[in-house]
Write a protein that binds this ligand. Structure first.
Ligand code: JFZ
Length: 419
């Protein structure tokens, strides 16, 4: 029963495959990444000017949503609160929120409305870690910017109060913004995991409020166990890495996963990070994810004024151009029932096999075990028929089928897909 409910709510997620991660908050002002307060051991006071100065006059999430759609993305996840504790939403439980900045409005509300209007699914990231809340442990905590400081040593932290605050904010997010499709908690470590967050209770409340919301696996349960905890989540969240063989649980069953990947080297806006992945790298990464049963959640870090960096936009539009012609080899696709071929990767939807040709050698392209099993072959980008033939060399190539291209060199710079 629980298993079937889980599979049902994961349905869209396993079809859509490609989403936009959005890391946005006060850290866009210092523009050195979202960990800046921790890395530079800034006190709350030292960080306060960013709250005073935050004034996203260019924030127009409809443009973000259009960009995401243009890139071929089908859903998004935005940081409602990151580790610095700043809330982009109008929480009744704190004054440390966007409505009290020059923005003067609920940035989450506008995001949710804009993305929904473009037909995209809407997710929210919520940080379990909170460097601003007075009851979040700082002295013993290796993650806290004020770790070890005398002021914090003296303070009385009542962690229970933090847990109620956190549960209360999750309740707000799942009550005030309509249907939320993904809830992306981040993250558990050391003793800070599972029931430390009162995770069973939290997930019971979440399921009560929004039975279909998908939850990531960062509340600290074991999603790979034969019988995962109630709070183990719906999907695994490998970060900055693509799992070599996909992800299976202890029983050997495939586990849904979503790789989250940055476009440059930071999640939050960094003014001088120009180290961008190319569209080709992103596309091949997405293909790799789907070929291993996974999703790609690709990050953008809007700047302090609320604009997605030009370079990110450029890459996303280029990805979108490929997706427009080749999207049917991604959406609704999963790992194929054939091993990874020498020249690239396979994805598959039902009886349609998609050959992603990433590398062309000399001569025709060989498809193992496909002899007699292919009705027709088309190049996906333009619908052109691809000439396929059974072996001309008898015994030596038993079971193989070959695709012949008239060109000496197939233009497969990014990925030529044959359906
Ligand atoms: C976390 C965040 O800290 C980061 O800012 C970003 O939001 C990313 C998507 O998620 O990154 C992590 C989480 C856990 C570890 C490392 C980075 N870890 O356990 O080593």
């Amino acid at each position: 029963m629980q298993q079937i409910e889980k599979e049902n709510r994961l349905d869209w997620f396993m079809q859509d495959r490609f989403g936009m991660f959005i890391h946005w908050g006060l850290y866009a002002v210092p523009a050195r990444g979202e960990w800046v307060r921790n890395q530079e051991k800034m006190s709350i006071e030292a960080y306060q000017p960013y709250f005073e100065d935050f004034d996203p006059d260019l924030y127009d999430p409809r443009q973000w949503a259009k960009l995401a759609k243009e890139a071929g993305m089908k859903y998004a996840v935005m940081t409602a609160k990151h580790h610095d504790g700043f809330c982009l939403f109008d929480s009744k439980l704190t004054e440390y929120k966007a409505t009290n900045t020059k923005a003067q409005r609920d940035l989450v509300k506008e995001y949710v409305d804009a993305f929904r209007a473009e037909g995209l699914k809407v997710g929210l990231y919520y940080s379990l870690i909170d460097w601003h809340h007075p009851d979040y442990p700082a002295y013993h905590d290796r993650i806290h910017p004020m770790r070890g400081s005398d002021a914090f040593k003296a303070a009385q932290h009542q962690f229970d109060r933090y847990v109620s605050y956190m549960h209360g904010q999750v309740k707000e997010l799942l009550t005030n913004y309509g249907t939320i499709d993904v809830l992306w908690f981040d993250f558990s470590y050391d003793e800070m995991k599972g029931e430390t967050w009162k995770a069973s209770e939290l997930v019971a409340m979440i399921r009560e409020l929004q039975p279909n919301v998908l939850i990531d696996n960062r509340l600290g349960g074991n999603l790979l166990a034969a019988e995962p905890e109630s709070y183990a989540g719906d999907f695994a969240s490998p970060e900055q890495i693509l799992p070599p063989k996909g992800i299976v649980n202890e029983l050997g069953n495939a586990v849904p996963w979503e790789a989250c990947i940055t476009l440059n080297q930071h999640w939050g806006y960094h003014a001088y990070d120009e180290d961008y992945k190319t569209a080709k790298t992103v596309i091949r990464g997405l293909v790799e994810c789907v070929s291993k049963n996974g999703n790609l959640l690709l990050n953008v870090g809007p700047d302090a004024r609320g604009a997605i960096p030009e370079k990110s936009q450029e890459v996303l539009r280029e990805v979108g151009a490929w997706m427009k012609r080749n999207g049917s080899s991604i959406y609704g696709c999963a790992a194929a029932s054939f091993d990874k071929p020498e020249w690239g990767r396979y994805t598959q939807a039902g009886n349609t096999l998609y050959a992603h040709i990433l590398e062309r050698g000399i001569g025709p392209i060989a498809f193992e075990d496909l002899q007699g099993r292919v009705k027709q072959a088309r190049r996906l980008a333009d619908g052109a028929e691809v000439n396929i033939s059974t072996p001309w060399n008898g015994e030596a190539f038993k079971g193989y089928l070959f695709a012949n291209f008239p060109q000496a060199s197939l233009p497969c710079d990014i990925d030529t897909v044959i359906a």
